[in-house]
Design a binder for this molecule. Structure first.
Ligand SMILES: [Zn+2]
Length: 443
């Protein structure tokens, strides 16, 4: 570096031809968003059933869009769609850009689909700018990311990377009643090839995985930015059926005699919230969600002290050691509240999912690409888990871009501006130009 040069000044600006080519994809992006909305229309929301009509029809639309760009379509044994823009003489392992096309029931149009469409649009922009890949660039439409269909999420990426839990192929679809194995076969996959638990693709042969996803919190709305570079997706610890047992009693019973399960539930919940706020204040982000919280409806009444109480707990954090520490704290809080209140707290069934930290090199590369694309993209933790978690856990260098979105997600009122998605496509295309295209600029 010569004297006086600032490191930022050494970042070359994005070639203007690629910038123009990205903007020129706005109509394609809008058209594809409209296409997948029409197949999922379920007013006032969108329902694209995994391994059902909605997901299949959206997959067919994306396949057609990819084939128009000369991409080779194939379906793997998990019935995931892959569209490959092949390099003539690939010198490096492929780059995968993935997301999902299914939705929750009465969800929004953008959760998942925006990411698949971003991959198609980035390839279209690179082609329009006259660039050629030096390694294969693949766009993946991964099956059944939403947990509502089988009680298990991220199914497509689990199939691809050999991460289905035992018994998963026998889980039944919430609507069709078919097992996951039957559903995969009915959609053109081959469940028999998934039974040995081996990955369909060796993760060591994947150069990088990139995912664009709407943000499911309003951090980007707050920051006034269209897109962010994701730092990590959370992992979770779940106890779906926590039971508190005390003693039923008459409303006149003095406080010192009570073993009130409802007040124990309230104290337990508030202690968990206190833990959350303390951790956040100490710079350790996490979240506590108590989705179910009730006395038993068949027994509770105005005039009785509740002897039993139930709740669910989803506790999430961004690193595996943090989750381990939080689980120990959870156990201690349960014991302390139970002792103070004279009740029994049984945490019951437990499940976990690994956190998905993004690869530092990918974070750096995407941050530089966003600067070159003229965006001051903040670096944020994602509130949700995504298919990227499985790629990160399999050791694939993984990076994500989050796109500004209003009104949360998993509801009909998700609101993403198409221009914000195009801004993220600009970052993605710039990263691909540097990391996956033959040198030579696109001016
Ligand atoms: Zn999603």
């Amino acid at each position: 570096m010569t004297t006086g040069e600032q490191p930022e000044a050494t970042l070359p600006n994005r070639p203007p031809r690629l910038a123009a080519a990205v903007l020129a994809q706005t109509d394609l992006v809008q058209w594809l968003l409209n296409c997948v909305a029409s197949v999922g229309a379920d007013p006032p929301g969108i329902t694209r059933e995994a391994f059902g009509r909605g997901e299949n029809a959206a997959q067919a639309q994306i396949e057609e869009a990819g084939q128009r760009l000369g991409m080779q379509a194939s379906m793997d044994a998990g019935a995931n769609l892959t569209l490959r823009w092949a390099a003539e003489a690939p010198a490096l392992p492929p780059v995968l850009i993935g997301s999902h096309l299914d939705s929750v029931v009465q969800g929004g149009n953008f959760d998942g689909a925006a990411g698949v469409i971003a991959g198609i649009a980035a390839v279209a922009a690179l082609q329009a700018a006259g660039l050629k890949p030096k390694r294969d660039i693949e766009v993946l439409a991964l099956r059944c990311e939403e947990a509502v269909w089988f009680g298990l999420g991220l199914v497509g990426s689990r199939c691809l990377l050999g991460r289905l839990p035992p018994g998963a192929l026998e889980l039944r679809h919430a609507r069709s009643g078919q097992t996951l194995a039957e559903s995969i076969d009915a959609c053109g996959g081959n469940a028999a090839l998934l039974r040995d638990g081996k990955p369909l693709r060796d993760p060591r042969g994947i150069g990088a995985y990139l995912e664009v996803h709407i943000e499911q919190a309003p951090q980007l709305v707050e920051a006034g930015q269209p897109a962010a570079v994701c730092l990590a997706n959370p992992g979770n610890l779940r106890h779906p059926f926590i039971r508190i047992s005390g003693e039923e009693a008459h409303t006149g019973l003095p406080h010192r005699f009570r073993r009130d399960a409802a007040l124990a539930g309230a104290e337990f919940a508030l202690e968990l919230e206190k833990l959350w706020l303390d951790e956040e204040a100490a710079g350790r982000p996490m979240a506590v969600t108590i989705g179910r919280f009730h006395t038993p409806a068949e027994r509770h009444s105005l005039t009785s002290v509740s002897g039993s109480f139930e709740l669910s707990l989803d506790l999430r954090a961004y690193s595996a050691p943090h989750l381990v520490a939080l689980e120990a704290r959870l156990g201690r809080i349960a014991v302390e509240v139970a002792n103070r209140r004279g009740v029994r707290i049984e945490l019951g069934e437990r499940s976990t999912a690994a956190p998905g930290p993004m690869h530092p090199v990918m974070v750096k590369g995407l941050a530089e690409a966003s600067l070159r694309a003229g965006l001051a993209a903040p670096k944020l933790n994602s509130p949700g888990s995504h298919d990227a978690n499985n790629f990160a856990a399999a050791g694939v260098p993984t990076g994500m871009l989050l796109v500004r979105n209003r009104n949360g997600s998993h509801n009909p009122y998700e609101a993403m501006d198409t221009n914000d998605l195009v801004a993220a496509v600009g970052v993605l295309a710039e990263w691909l130009r540097i990391n996956a295209c033959e040198t030579g600029d696109a001016r």
